[in-house]
Design a binder for this molecule. Sequence first.
Ligand code: ADP
Length: 227
Amino acid sequence: MIKLKDISKVYKKNIVALDNINLQIDQGEFVFIIGESGAGKSTLLKLMLKEENPTKGHIFMFDEDVTKIRARRIPILRKQIGVVFQDFRLLDNKTVYGNLQYAMEILGYSRKAIKNKIPELLETVNLTGREKAYPHELSGGEQQRVSIARALIVDPKLLIADEPTGNLDPVTSWEIVEALETINKKGTTVIMITHEKDIVDKLKKRVVHLQKGKIVRDEIGGKYEED
Ligand code: ADP
């Protein structure tokens, strides 16, 4: 479903962020991407989202070569990908319901679709009943689950979570990981960037370890190992 073939990314001043990467991720996989700061993790995500272009190589997203797609096709690509960030990025002046409604309105969904979809999204992330709460009334874990619900609006084939538990305590982090596992079990491919050793070790999923722009380990059922 996702294939990076001989991908290198060199930024200005000859900074090599990715160095001849080959990576294939199939539909339905759950993959951890680990590696220390500067290893190239964010660059990898930016290439998948086509926020950056590779210096060399080809990227296939959902079996389409996106290396040279036209600008007007980029929104179509992005609509197939949900993204969750470390810092939630919710609108503070809108309720849980309001945040999801607003995001759906921007995406052009009808009122009927919005009314039908939001309860389903809240159920998936276990937030039914919290519709009227404002972000400041929610725990960090609940806020992150709202942001996951928002990422699921488009029924993405791929969910990318960039350090989703980075701002959360260990107990709350598990709520997030469980939500991501539930979503993955329903068929969505999940890519999670993380530094949390406990999570990686316990889940025994595929681990892709980046070091200085290279994949130094790609292991199914892998553990977190320090650089
Ligand atoms: P990670 O997400 O693993 O911390 P990044 O992909 O952000 O790694 O960075 C990989 C390397 O590329 C680092 O050396 C970083 O400084 C560099 N880099 C990242 N983004 C840019 C950019 N826009 N311009 C120049 N260098 C960049």
